[in-house]
Structures are given as structure tokens and as C-alpha cells.
Design a protein around this ligand. Sequence first.
Ligand SMILES: Cc1ncc(C[n+]2csc(CCOP(=O)(O)OP(=O)(O)O)c2C)c(N)n1
Ligand SMILES: [Mg+2]
Length: 803
Amino acid sequence: MNTNSNTKTEITFDDFKTEVLNDYKLAVTSRECSLLGRREVLTGKAKFGIFGDGKEIPQIAWAKAFKNGDFRSGYYRDQTFMMAIGELTIEQFFAGLYADTDLNNEPMSAGRQMGGHFTTHSLDENGQWKNLTEQKNSSADISPTAGQMPRLLGLAQASKIYREVDGIDTTKFSKEGNEIAWGTIGNASTSEGLFFETINAAGVLQVPMVISIWDDQYGISVHARHQTTKENISEILKGFQRNEKDKGYEIFRVDGWNYPELIDTYQRAAKISRTEHIPVMIHVQELTQPQGHSTSGSHERYKNQDRLKWEAEYDCNVQMRHWIIENNISTDEELTALERSIKKTVREGKKAAWSAIINPIIEERKEALALLSNLANSSPNAAFITKLKNELAGFDEPLRKNILSATRKALRYVVSEQTPEKVALQNWVNNYLNNVQPKYSSHLHSQSEQSPLNQAEILPTYNTEAEEVDGRVVLRENFDAIFTKYPEALIFGEDAGYIGDVNQGLEGLQEKHGELRVSDTGIREATIIGQGIGMAMRGLRPIAEIQYLDYIMYALQIMSDDLATVQYRTKGRQKAPLIVRTRGHRLEGIWHSGSQMGGILNLIRGIHVLVPRNMTKAAGFYNTLLESDDPALVVECLNGYRLKEKLPNNIGEFKTPIGVVETIREGEDITLVSYGSTLRLVEKAAKELVQVGIDVEIIDVQSLLPFDINHDIVKSIAKTNRVMVIDEDVSGGASAYILDEILNTQNAFQYLDSAPKTLAAKQHRPAYGTDGDYFSKPSTEDIFEAVYDVMHEVNPTAHPKLR
Ligand SMILES: Cc1ncc(C[n+]2csc(CCOP(=O)(O)OP(=O)(O)O)c2C)c(N)n1
Ligand SMILES: [Mg+2]
């Protein structure tokens, strides 16, 4: 059904007519999907619908300019485009609406995302790259408005890197950087900071990005007068227009119902962007929402009669129909016949999609009903079980939830019976859960061979006379080795380029590896991450530097909503193995203390969180991650860059394994669990505790996500029978997370002879200065006393009360 993207210079009238009618057919098909989709929600077969009606024609024009290798980063209105590039069928459209969990039926997300969230597959079933230059690509959508913008920047920047950096194997990713990254955004979403941040950054970077703004004057019910100064986004962005003197954007304005002008505009935009690597903005005005925003309400509530009348008239499909007739390309009768046949095709597609989702569930229900019958026949509680069975049999459109609910409840009625029928049902429920749960829970992380969990440790090795250097030197030497070994690796961030980062971990590397690979960025954390996500999605190995951990807050939304969910929301068909480098821990002051680990941990499941205690460990993590295909955050210890470490002689080779803890002091009395810079205080307290006869074991977590995959902490607790988690975050933050892992995942309670403890910071943000730190975060004395108190409780005679 896709549109013709061969724009030949000379075509016959018949060719032209065929193409126009094919486009019209596509527009009407997409519209029928939207209309029928809404009905499916209102009748209860689907839960929620958000559709592309009213935006069909510009998307067809766009698709004609979209070439193999290009990338889309858009939002929920783009169904017609996806159909036009041949990546969304009618059946798939409805499979998305119904949340079909079979990736073969619902290739966008296997039912994990609401309908209207689109993607293409960059990876095969084994998680290996497909050849992206031979297909049309769409990065996986997310729902937060403007959340598609930061990634768009990186998708575009990848073309620049592939065109201008030598030595990268581009086979699967780029043909001389000729790919455009195409973005779409609604008019109201341009009010978001992420939009402005991205627009500015793309202007600075001069990357091949074409952003289309679908302007229907509304954002749900809120009119443009509340959204945009002058109610006109391209008007206020005029200053970005390039001229002879200054680089900038090419800006177009076009009416969304004008088929020939749209085609012309998109062709011109593509030419400029693709050849010259110029960012382009296309403000597509006068669009409509024939059915309102979504299935959650009707637009008659907030649009007046005049507006509704105008929308009916300027509906882009209606306008295209007029244009076809006016230009004698077809007749009213012919088009009416075409429209009728499309209605039928869409209805059939919808039916096929429903059968595909419901038939397997009906089969599963059959099995469950048979087992429930058998169970009833063998049980004195037959009446209750039969009732459950009949309820399950009564659903016209059963869900897996109904099947599990009935079978799990039935087991309660036979809890004290011993029959083969009961065992059969128990086994069936267990198997069923094992089979179904992954449909919802798989692929939080990579499941490919390159998962970092498959990377074995390689220890650093040293010459006998190994030099003691500042920690930052270990890092710098290692980054140098990385950029030499991996031509596709690059690092960027505030002050990361010319001066080689604020702590000189990249000193001299821009000069050596070039400005495109070791670069400065503007102060714009969210789009620094976006650059990384987009480039990683196109096969590069970006390292995005966030200057200080405290400022990751600006990027946390995009890390949480986008980066952390890439594998999950595509069920393993896209990846963004971005490494986020930052520095934190044990600093001073409200916005320079680097401690908000609990918030981070809870928000970025899907990204590994690594907290190396020194720079050798950190370098080892980078080496592991570059051989792997998952995203990760590495938090270096800010106060460790000037501490001395021995310089390994296998720089670039040694690897710190992820998810593995390290015991850094052995002891008998209590296990102290901590990470990062706080460990230095714990180690100091440990030495002082020896003086009073207390012998502690210290474990460095190193990797907060994943956490202690070998369950070594519980082994230590089995020996000491006591545990304390020490952390510089607020109580209830990372310490609570760690204790939860130890108690709930590792079942440590059975070995405990004392209450498990956490020692965390005060509830307020850390105050400035040495005393500010002392009175805000656990000090050596705090640690000493907290441990001492536990031992006092154990043996008050040996350890009398301190104070
Ligand atoms: C960050 C965020 N805030 C609010 C929402 C809820 N929301 C979804 S769509 C929408 C309006 C978007 O309007 P516009 O960008 O003009 O796109 P349109 O739907 O009109 O095409 C809002 C407020 C959201 N998804 N994300
Ligand atoms: Mg809008």
C-alpha cells in the first residue's frame, strides 16, 4: 500500500494518475482505520485510541522524500506515514490497538505500547544489527510530548559523523552520511523546553534533521493562544533562518491540505538537508482533528461551530478529493467506489487482527476449562469450582487475566486435597505463567550475546615498578586506548572537548582524536543524552558526559522515558547502548553533593548503574561496556581524580564485571555494604573499630543495577549474621534499595542475629563546606558509632554504651 518514492522527472499522465490515486487510497485507508479504531474503543474491544486522522496528506508527501537509511523520530499522529513507507498494515494497526503480544502481528511493541506508537526493527531476533541502510527506519516512539526531540538530534548527528569521521565501518548504518533524521511534533508540544533545546542544538551542530510541525491549533483542548507566542511557531523561530553570513535553518511554511505544494516542499527540504546537512523546519499549518484529540473525549466541548465547520471543509482528505476532481484525475463516482471498497478492506483487516489475538487465547481457555472440569469432578468443592469454570466460559472475549484468575482461585478450593487433577492444574498454571509473563516482562535489557552480563572480568595487571599516578591519568590513558580501538566511539559534553573535561580525564584527546569525536557541547543535558541515544541507535558508540551527577536531573526524564525503555518498548528490536559518564559522590553543597542515587535508581530501570570506587574500576567498566550492547550510567568519584592509583600495563584491556560485588575487607562481626566515595570513610571507621575489638567485613557494591547477581552479600551475612548498609543518599533512597535486595531477593533474614540497619544522610540536601558535609552525610564517627551500637546490643559487657 506504500506510496511511490521514485520521483522521476518525466512521467506520463497515466503514471501520474496512478500515483495520485494510490496516494488518495492510502489517505482514505488510514482515515478508515482511525474511524473504525475509535469505534473499537467505544465498544470496549480496545482500551484507548489516538489516531492520525486529519494529518494524512502531509505524511504521504513526506514519505515520498523519505529514503532507505533515513530515520523517523515522531509521535502518535504518524500512522499514515508508517503505512506510506510500507511499515504498517491495516492488520498491524488494529493489532496495536488491541495490544496483541505477538510481535509477528504487532511489530511496533508486541502490545507493550498503546496503538499509535510506531517503530521499525533495527535488530533481528538475536539482537544483531540489520542493515539499516537497506530499510526505512523509525526510532521507537514514546508518549511524553516532545520526548522524541532529543533523540532526533542524535539520529541526525550520526549522519554527520558517518560522513566526516574516517575509519568507521559504515556498512550497516550509512551511505556517506546521506541519511536524514525526520522529526514530527504537534504544535502544542513545541511549547516544551525539549523542543527549543533541540532546535537550538541542531542549529549549532548543523545536522541533517528535518522537523515537521503538525499544526492543528490545539493541544487536546488548549488553543494555540495559550501555547505559542503570536500563535505561530515558525513566525517566532524566524531568527533561526540561515542567511549568507550565518548558518542556521531553512524554514518552510505550507498548508496541510495542499497536496501538490506539500510534495514540492518535502522534496525541496530533503534536497537541502541531505546534501548540505542543513537542519530544516517545515511548519505544516491548517491541519485538523476530525475526531478530536483521542478517544478520551469529544472536541465539540472546546471547538466552536465556526472552527468545526472550517475543519470539515479543510479536512486534508476532503481537499485532496476536490483537487483530484478539479484536475480531472478522477471522478466523483470513481472515488466513491474506491472509498466503498476501502471501507470493506479495512473492516476485513480489523477482523483478521481480532481473530489473530483472540484465537490463541480461546485455545488457552479451552485447556483451562478442561482442567477445571476435571478438578471439579474430583473435588468435594465441585460447586465452587464449577462456578469459576462457568464464569470463565461465559466471557465472549476472554483475556489471559480471566484465565489465570479462574484457575488460580480454583486451586484455593483444593488446597488440602491430593489428586492428580489438582497436580495437573498446578503444573498448568505454573507453565502458563512462565510462558505468558515474558510477553510483558522480557527485554528490559539486552538478551543478546553481547549483554554485558556475558563479559568476564579481566584484572588490571601491573609492572613490578608500576608508576603511581593521579586517578584521572588512568582514565585518560584508558579513553585514549578506547578511541584508538573503536573508531565508532566518541565523547561529548560540557567542557569535554577543548580542555579535556573539568577533571582532565580527556586531556589532549581532542587534539589526538579530532573535534568530532571529543567535543564540547552547549549546556543542555537533555539533548546531550538525546545525541547519545540517537547516535547509539545508528550503530555508533557514544559516551555522553553529564558534568556533575546533580545536573543529571535535567536529563533524567529522557533517560527514564526514552533510553531506559528502548529494548523493552520494542521487545528487543531496537537498542541504544549509550554510555553516560558523570561524576559525583561526597561533594559539598545543595547542588554539588552528587548523592541523589535513590531517585536515579528508581527511575532508570533498563539502564545499568555503576558506581566504581576508583578510576581503575571506572576504566574497567568502560572497557566492559564498549564490548556490550546495553546502556549504562557510570558515576565516577569526583574526589578521586587526584588520588594516586597504580597505572596498569593492560590499559584498554582490563574489564570490571557488572553486577559483581567485591569484598574489600574481611571481618567476622558485621557486614558493611556501601559504594563509591563513602567506602573510604567506611574503611577508616573499620580501622578505628578494630581498636575496640570490632572486626567488620566491607563489601563494595560497585554495580547498583544490576545488583550482586551472584548473591555474595548474603554469603557474607551467613558468616557475620549482621548487616548495615551505609550510604550518602537520603534514608529511603539507595540504602533502602540495597537492603530490599539483600532481604527480599537474597533472603538474608534467616541468617540475621541483629536487626538489619541502614545509615544514610539527613533528609535535607547536603549543606556546603566541610562542616556542612559532616552534619549532612554519614561521617566516620557516625559509621563508627552506628556499628558500635549494634555490637553493644549484642554484647553490652564487651562494648559498654558509648554516649
Ligand atoms: C509531557 C507530557 N505532558 C502531557 C501529556 C498529555 N498529552 C498528550 S498529547 C497532548 C497534546 C499534544 O498536542 P499537540 O502537540 O498539538 O499534538 P496533537 O495531539 O494536537 O497532534 C498532551 C497534553 C503528555 N503525553 N506528555
Ligand atoms: Mg495540536
